[in-house]
Design a protein around this ligand. Structure first.
Ligand code: ATP
Ligand code: MG
Length: 180
């Protein structure tokens, strides 16, 4: 059965496109047939797909979807469509007060669409694995939503060719939190 993996957040710049790229790369590496969709007019993920055609197929068993960092009509339609699919919605947020406020807004929106049970929030851009702020916001959010215990740290290599540390975070996330 096809699995949809959507990166979504009402806030821009939280790492949706970067995480799409890293997840797609790793899913391909471990042998999945990966399909890509980019609903963000900025087309950052689509450009990556063009440059790395070998990682992707037209009809995959995993469809990685990037979205625009705003509450758009397209995102509403996507959320509506995910109700009846085998989907995982990944909501990245940076460990800051403003991102936390946006994460709560996303939580309420996902709840309206009855998608909370298909959603996982993840800290992106933590300063280290045991970042105090990251832990603080994970604890606060965990009362009402599923939050990844794996965090993505702030690393130069996250945005280009991943090094072994980035690879290990991504594969740890896939193995322990994505249940695929
Ligand atoms: N873990 C990380 N470590 C270092 N840099 C990161 C990390 N995650 C994202 N970035 C950088 O932060 C910036 C925003 O990331 P990205 O474009 O992935 O976010 P986005 O949510 O897709 O943004 P937008 O809403 O504009 O589409 C980029 O410059 C990216 O390279
Ligand atoms: Mg983006």
């Amino acid at each position: 059965m096809t699995k949809y993996i959507l990166l979504m957040a009402s806030k821009g710049g939280v790492g949706k496109s970067s995480i799409c790229k890293q997840l797609a790369r790793e899913l391909h590496r471990i042998g999945h047939k990966v399909q890509a969709e980019d609903y963000d007019p900025q087309q950052h993920f689509a450009r990556f797909v063009e440059l790395h055609r070998y990682m992707f197929v037209e009809e995959g068993d995993h469809i990685v979807i990037d979205t625009q960092g705003a509450h758009t009509e397209t995102n509403v339609q996507l959320m509506e469509a995910m109700k009846k699919e085998d989907a995982l919605i990944i909501i990245p947020f940076r460990p800051t007060e403003d991102d936390y406020a946006e994460a709560l807004r996303m939580r309420d929106r996902l709840d309206q669409f009855q998608l909370l049970n298909k959603s996982i929030f993840i800290v992106n851009g933590a300063y280290r694995e045991n970042d105090k702020d990251a832990k603080h916001y994970i604890k606060l959010l965990s009362d009402t939503v599923r939050v990844s215990k794996v965090v993505f740290t702030q690393r130069k290599a996250f945005t280009k060719e991943p090094d072994s540390k980035v690879n290990s975070e991504i594969s740890h996330f896939i193995n322990t939190e994505m249940r695929i």
